[in-house]
Design a protein around this ligand. Structure first.
Ligand SMILES: [Zn+2]
Length: 280
């Protein structure tokens, strides 16, 4: 990465870095707005992001931006189906310990995340929310999200929670929506394409070379077999040069849009079915 590109980002302090479309999350709403929304719904979507390295071509907040965008699009879709929801505060930290060797990564321990989930959800429960949807931008947080949901339901029998791992439906169509025939994972073609949809100003594919791992290695890292079966493997990635996998240069807005469409179709369907009692 050139020093010029770094200084440009640091010095242009008074410029708009990127635009954020609505609907607003709880962060941008007033307490009165929430009280009014609670007259319509007790369903809240919680975006779980992360602050972790994704190569030189993507910002550290990539997963946070993706989680927010999934919630944003889902809220719009559900409103169209007469299923109103509120989007909760975006949680910018996840368990990203395997990226800690890369500067800027901020990781919270599973115990910390579980405690944070408890405090956030108990606060929202006091406000009147009863149905919680946890949406990840970073699958490394899924185990803690599950424990957090289990604790919430134990502590507040009126609460229900669902955790939506959209990597499952998305992994089934990777081969049809991505151009690459090689392994694409964290920071690869698909993820770069999704960020290109929302934050083109922050995406710089020219700053990263293609980087691939052997198929067996890839399977261990984030193999569809594990995702599809709900299993998981924990594996150190510290030997990689600035951990990302794939060909960011192949990313296109259309690919990102197709990815979001698959994710939002599935996430909206499950929320409608489980919390509103009907199919879309
Ligand atoms: Zn990511």
């Amino acid at each position: 990465m050139s020093t010029e590109s770094v200084s440009t980002r640091v010095d242009n302090r008074d410029q708009v870095l990127y635009a954020q479309k609505g609907p607003a999350t709880l962060t941008e709403m007033s307490s009165h707005d929430i009280a009014a929304a609670l007259q319509q719904t007790n369903v809240i979507l919680l975006p779980f992001g992360a602050t972790e390295a994704h190569g030189a071509h993507l910002p550290l907040g990539t997963d946070t931006m993706e989680a927010r965008e999934i919630c944003r699009r889902t809220a719009i879709r559900l409103a169209e189906q007469n299923c109103p929801v509120v989007i909760g505060p975006v949680i910018p930290f996840g368990t990203s310990n395997f990226h800690l060797d890369y500067p800027g990564t901020v990781s919270v321990k599973p115990e910390t995340l579980i405690a944070l989930i408890r405090d956030i959800c108990m606060s929202l429960y006091k406000s009147g929310f009863r149905n919680f949807v946890f949406i990840h931008g970073h699958d490394g947080s899924l185990p803690s999200m599950m424990v957090g949901a289990q604790n919430l339901v134990e502590e507040t029998p009126e609460a229900q929670a669902i955790i939506l791992n959209w990597l499952t439906p998305l992994s089934k169509v990777y081969g049809t929506i991505q151009q690459s025939k090689k392994s694409e994972g964290h920071g690869g073609e698909g993820e770069t394409a999704r960020l290109l949809v929302t934050h083109p100003e922050l995406v710089h594919p020219e700053r990263s070379e293609a980087f691939h791992v052997e198929p067996d290695e890839m399977r261990k890292l984030q193999g569809p077999e594990h995702i599809k079966t709900g299993g998981a493997i924990f594996y150190s990635t510290r030997k990689y040069p600035n951990y990302y996998i794939g060909t960011p240069q192949l990313a296109k807005v259309e690919t990102g849009e197709k990815g979001y469409a698959v994710i939002v179709d599935w996430v909206s369907m499950v929320i409608q079915r489980d919390f509103f009692g009907h199919q879309g």
